[in-house]
Design a protein around this ligand. Structure first.
Ligand SMILES: C[S@@+](CC[C@H](N)C(=O)[O-])C[C@H]1O[C@@H](n2cnc3c(N)ncnc32)[C@H](O)[C@@H]1O
Length: 323
């Protein structure tokens, strides 16, 4: 990595400032590089600060794990991957308490073996697996929940991979955020920060919208701008153009309202696919009509899906330095 920790910064949001302030020394410790090469014997007990590849081992507290899984809405239908799984406690707790099938990717072979033993002891070995590997070289695209307790710059390096995952995938992180990608929810548990992001669909660009029947049919062009999960948009039809009220995107679910050409305020609720969006539009009297929209041309690339800039990476490193 061409970046080195320097000084703290005042640009952290208040939650993060509190969290990083309280645990900044911990974060600086976490940044110690080096690959582990220990062998596992019967008496093996990992020590806090055990060297890892890109970040050392420190565990996420149980209360934070529980909170993160609740934020993610974890269910037995989910497939969790913990990137840098350490002793496996996130994967094990998610299986034990939420019935989630889990996978831990961990570079340190001794920790992988230890995590397997811990899973056996917890009675969840049939639900979980642990594998030795580098998180930057392992495919985890089939996960529905991704958990992280790494470092800010590692989160940023992972961000393009995460943004390419299926819309609706939930990403939860302990302690460190994703830079310009603001979380969908932030919690603190005993001064530890927990973050949730939901991978957004890409609605950027123009869509042909249609709803209603016969002479009541309304056709318009929707135009969306999007950065990460934040969207803004307009609807236009001939001389009529209006901004969309409070557009909200959570995974593949898009909601917005507009005052249509006949003066009716309609609330739209849609599921977004690559080329189409479908849902219903509810009028002020509560009546619902189905609507359909089709993408015009190819989807422009989503602002936020690209690799972070050097400037953002430097800021992430600087945010930890000297804490
Ligand atoms: C801070 S610990 C978090 C452990 C666990 N996820 C938790 O929250 O309790 C980070 C873990 O990532 C592992 N790690 C570091 N770099 C890695 C890499 N490139 N690939 C896989 N694991 C890595 C370390 O060995 C360490 O166990």
């Amino acid at each position: 990595m061409p970046f080195s920790p320097v000084h703290p910064t005042a640009v952290l949001n208040p939650v993060r400032r509190r969290a990083v302030g309280a645990f900044g020394a911990l974060a600086t410790l976490l940044a110690v590089p080096g690959a582990a090469r220990a062998t596992l014997d019967d008496a093996f007990e990992p020590q806090l600060g055990r060297r890892g590849k890109d970040v050392m081992w420190l565990p996420t507290p149980d209360g934070v794990i529980d909170r993160l899984m609740h934020m993610a809405g974890a269910t037995p239908q989910d497939r969790l991957v913990d990137l840098g799984a350490g002793d496996g406690r996130i994967v094990i707790a998610a299986a034990r308490d939420f019935g989630v099938r889990g996978r831990g990717i961990e570079y340190d072979p001794a920790m992988v073996e230890f995590a397997r033993q811990q899973a056996e002891s917890a009675g969840v070995a049939s639900l979980v697996s642990f594998e030795q590997g580098d998180i930057f070289e392992t495919d985890f695209s089939d996960a529905t929940i991704v958990s992280l307790y790494l470092l800010p710059e590692l989160n940023l390096r992972l961000r393009p991979l995460l943004m390419a995952m299926r819309p609706g995938t939930r990403v939860v992180a302990h302690q460190f955020d994703m830079g310009r990608w603001t979380p969908d929810e932030t919690s603190t548990v005993s001064h530890r920060a927990g973050y949730l992001w939901v991978i957004p669909a890409n609605v950027t660009g123009d869509w042909k919208l249609r709803y209603g029947e016969g002479t009541d049919a309304v056709k318009a062009t929707l135009a969306f701008e999007q950065r990460f999960q934040r969207v803004a948009g307009t609807a236009a039809h001939e001389a009529f153009i209006t901004t969309l009220r409070q557009p909200r995107l959570l995974g593949d679910r898009l909601r917005f309202a507009l005052t249509d050409p006949s003066g009716v305020v309609r609330e739209f609720d849609a599921r977004v696919g690559a080329k189409t969006m479908r849902g219903d539009a509810q009028g002020a009297d509560g009546t619902r009509v189905p609507f359909f929209a089709e993408r015009v041309g190819d989807a422009p690339s989503l602002d936020g899906a690209q690799a972070p800039s050097d400037e953002e990476m430097h800021a992430a490193v600087a945010a930890l330095g000297g804490q």
